[in-house]
Design a protein around this ligand. Structure first.
Ligand code: HEM
Ligand code: NAG
Ligand code: NAG
Ligand code: NAG
Ligand code: NAG
Ligand code: NAG
Length: 336
């Protein structure tokens, strides 16, 4: 049951339980103390691996936070994004457009898994490693802390089509709202979780249309701040190398803070999907006031981000042994 259900009335809870029974859905229970007996050091073991990885890769905290998102939005948080391809058996999500040449951090997940297998063999799922890694990454970057809910099983398959349908940087607000709603997340979740674009990097290919040919107009996106446009045009020339990296938040590139929202207020969102939350005609009175609120108060943003990460972490968890397993190797289904 998602934490949000706790805020609806008893009748609502009963209706949800009844609907779940009719649909044959097991209402999965994740808990913060899931590994307290079986692997009490799980959190610290993952944290140590991340701190070490960060010494040679300042971007890793952002990359791991994104991996949890790409996992949860595709058939729930079940480690499906971590599976390598097996011809005729597993069509890896890693090759889907939103991940190919973009998703990163897999070797660090492998290291965390190896350290956990050493300490408590066969106990901690890869899906839970991603949930822990996201919290640790945000916290170590200056963001909020929260109690990560645990107890997910790893999937037995991957879904390339699902991964191809992840939210796109070219989506408008209506489509973004739909894609979040499809996994049970609302507009507050959409705005709060997009705040993860306060750290990490982004390739030029995702902004060139806004710089040179917005919606096929052969003109730049009129909402883009002109000084920021000039800056980005230098870094990302028309017909230049689309793989060149930029900061998602040029003000504090590696810090988890509320500057993503102050950037949006100044029309300095990098992606179309970012600026839509503030500037779309459809955003007025809907998501724009939430952006305003988070731009004003880092405390309000942090509280909402933590709750929305818990909500995202609760997307379709597999807890019944018939639907998943604890993988030995995050890249492969057991006995394959
Ligand atoms: C709202 C819809 C979203 C869209 C359209 C979107 C799109 C993108 C794109 C295109 C990139 C750059 C990828 C690249 O250049 O290779 C990116 C990076 C990133 N995204 Fe999102 N994203 C969304 C939501 C989220 C959410 C919900 C989170 C996490 C809670 C997240 C966390 C990140 C992070 C941390 C990075 C930087 C990763 C790195 O440096 O490796 N994004 N996103
Ligand atoms: C991923 O990108 C590479 C180019 O770097 C390409 O060769 C490959 O076909 C892509 N994978 C898929 C599944 O499209
Ligand atoms: C894969 O994802 C697609 C799109 O989200 C969905 O329609 C389909 O049912 C999923 N397939 C499986 C086998 O879960
Ligand atoms: C948003 O994008 C969808 C899909 O491209 C399109 O059908 C819809 O008309 C767009 N909505 C607005 C308000 O632009
Ligand atoms: C701009 O985009 C439109 C529509 O996508 C396309 O037809 C046109 O060729 C593009 N212009 C340039 C200069 O690439
Ligand atoms: C494009 O940029 C990427 C990232 O900086 C670099 O690795 C790659 O070699 C560049 N490609 C070309 C053709 O210059």
């Amino acid at each position: 049951m998602s934490p949000r259900a706790a805020t609806v009335g008893a009748a609502g809870v009963l209706a949800v339980v009844a609907a779940a029974a009719v649909l044959g859905i097991t209402t999965a229970q994740l808990t913060a103390d899931y590994y307290d007996c079986t692997c009490p050091d799980a959190y610290n073991i993952v944290k140590q691996v991340l701190i070490e990885a960060h010494e040679s890769d300042v971007r890793i905290y952002a990359s791991l936070t994104r991996l949890h998102f790409h996992d949860c939005f595709v058939q729930g948080c079940d480690g499906s994004v971590l599976l390598d391809g097996v011809p005729g058996v597993i069509n890896s999500e890693k090759g889907a457009p939103p991940n190919n040449n973009s998703a990163r951090g897999f070797p660090v997940v492998d290291k965390a898994k190896a350290a956990l297998e050493e300490a408590c063999p066969g106990v901690v799922s890869c899906a839970d490693i991603l949930a822990l890694a996201a919290e640790i990454s945000v916290e170590l970057s200056g963001g909020p802390k929260w109690a990560v809910l645990l107890g997910r099983l790893d999937s037995l398959n991957a879904n390339f089509t699902g991964a191809s349908n992840l939210p796109s940087p070219f989506d408008n607000l209506t489509v973004l709202e739909q894609k979040f709603k499809a996994v049970g997340l609302n507009n507050v979740d959409l705005v709060a979780l997009s705040g993860a674009h306060t750290f990490g990097r982004v390739q030029c290919q995702f902004v060139t249309a806004r710089l040179y040919n917005f919606s096929g107009t052969n003109q730049p996106d009129p909402t883009l701040n002109s000084a920021y446009r000039a800056f980005l045009s230098q870094r990302c020339p028309q017909n230049g190398n689309g793989s060149v990296l930029n900061d998602l938040d040029p003000t504090t590139p590696n810090v988890f803070d509320k500057n993503y929202y102050t950037n949006l207020e100044a029309n300095r969102g990098f992606l179309n999907s970012d600026q839509e939350l503030k500037s779309s005609p459809q955003a007025q009175g809907v998501t724009a006031p939430i952006v305003d609120q988070f731009a004003t108060s880092q405390d309000v943003f942090f509280k909402n981000f933590a709750q929305s990460m818990i909500n995202m972490g609760n997307i379709q968890p597999k807890t019944d042994p018939s639907e998943g397993e604890i993988r030995c190797n995050c890249r492969k289904v057991n006995d394959s």
